[in-house]
Ligand binder design. Sequence first.
Ligand code: HSE
Length: 407
Amino acid sequence: MVNVAVLGYGTVGSGVVEVLNTNKEIIKRNVGEELKVKYVLDLREFEGDPVQEILVHDYDVILKDKDVKIIAEAMGGEEPAYTFTKNALLAGKSVCTSNKELVAKHGAELLEVAKANNANYLFEASVGGGIPIIRPLNDCITADEITEISGILNGTTNYILTEMSEKGAAFDDVLKEAQDKGYAERNPEADVEGYDACRKIAILTSLVTGAQVDFEDIHTEGITKITDVDFKYAKAMKASIKLLGISRKIDGKFYSMVAPFLIKENNPLYHVSGVFNGILVHGNMVDDLMFYGRGAGKRPTASAVVSDVVDAAKNLGKHIPVEWNRSKSEIGKFEECKSRFFVRMKDKGLDDDQMMTIIEAFGDVLYVKAEGVVDELAFITNEIREDDFSEHLKKFEDVYSVIRVDF
Ligand code: HSE
């Protein structure tokens, strides 16, 4: 029997206990022996819940118990999760987590500590919830040079954008409805401003490059400026607007960003709707691979945490190598990234100067019309560097919106 402790009895932590109990026999078969939850750590009491019998409030009880070999960390946030994780690894216990903030910031260091102590730090659930993506990158797509990862990495924003697209509704109204239904947090900033997706693409890019990609270095835009009018144009172009985390290798360097993109049906991410996530990986031999599933939620996320617990139990006392060292990965400068841009601005009527300025700034653009939208000009530029684009855009007043185009 292998003893497990769960840190945090919130959504994910209680899900981990549920998965371990519900699928006890299947998990026993997969591990080769039984997994038993010996402790659950939480500051709260859970009267009437059987968890109360194994509930502890003092982390030292878990840390000092030599019988506990694996810890499922489902506390979230940086502290005390970082200290608890590091101390567990130093004591030779493996830690499995869904905590993307911690993994993005301290993943490389915690992997080092795990290696030095013949333990494992596993984080399948930190990206894409229940979707297996970390293990495939580490253990499966190992014969390829990975040249691109692009993904819908946040369920909340994908739900909001899908609703806006399908119902023609405004961002604020859909956000409020999503909050009322419990799909979006009361404080939705991390999701709608793209910070959550940014941490996830930082983790994936760190794994692909084998070195540290700091999320602070990734240009990040959220979806708060996307309007119902943008979706009218998207429909006219037979396109969809998705918040993408993208890392692309160009001339030997990865260029990463998080931003809303217009994509068309030939992109498999076009079909990823609602709370679902999708991650597209391109390898130079295997070509395109698509990973799809529930990127959030109690059971899917807990399923991914428990899959790591199973892996840790099968590898007790043995470190599973993960290429991610602490040296800083050299990612390309955002200003050098090239994109096509969809631009909407006020139409100044028969103003030849406006047309000339557009041609001077962006060359031959592709004009777009949307049903029912008047008094504005909308066009798609040719591919242009980020810094050149923003310099040229300064020449225009009354710009309503700018969205990158990936088709
Ligand atoms: N808030 C996240 C999302 C949860 O909406 O995708 C999973 O990381």
